[in-house]
Design a protein around this ligand. Sequence first.
Ligand code: SAM
Length: 248
Amino acid sequence: SGTVVLAATPIGNTADASSRLIALLERADIVAAEDTRRLFDLANRLGVHVSGKVVAYHDHNERDKSDGLLDAVETGATVLVVSDAGMPTINDPGLAIVRRAIERGLPVTCAPGPSAVLDALALSGLPTDRFCYEGFLPRKHSERLQHLRALRGERRTIVWYEAPHRIAEAMDDIEQVFGATRKMALCRELTKDYEEVRRGTVGEIRQSVVDTPPRGEIVLVVDGASREEAEQAAPESLGVEELAALAI
Ligand code: SAM
């Protein structure tokens, strides 16, 4: 049979495209792209001719489309899955075809590359040995507070994606729940010309967001709770490690 290949695409800097991605774009029999227009735009910037069939594969159709794509894999096709930017499946389409491929016993592999989570984590200066990725912060204030409170005792470094128009209210809530003195980093426009990493306490970053509103794409990285903070947090907000310790 053929193979499903998940491939990471640049998150801003076109030069981050790997030679493996380029070869796959040129040779894959089918390219399943989150947004076909953006795929052709990337191919143009890379000077690549996409020879295979290009199909739209996004959040709204990935369940329906997966089996058809896997039928092609079964008959020998290489199906390349790409999202608009970064790693497919990370707050992007891709998981449905991975699951179905596993169920059907068909090969899946990955051509890894840029992803904003790891880029921000590495640049944050915060501990990287253990971290948790929490996707996008909830949009609604009450849900965001509830989400943050559940993470109050989390010992691992925490990573979130956030939109620029919600960053001020998100920082207010982060300060309210985690306090002003926790360390954090706000990473913006990673790999692009205006890349910026603001590092400081939660209070300092909250103030900086008021003084100089950050534009563009943003990742927030917040230090985990100290042992004391974790112990003070209510049991329902304890992290995995603390729950495990309680169970002993
Ligand atoms: N699959 C992607 C990945 O692996 O990073 C994430 C897709 S998610 C829909 C898009 C979000 O990722 C943006 O709203 C932003 O929070 C974050 N992001 C993507 N590119 C970024 C960049 N260059 N700089 C900072 N954040 C970025």
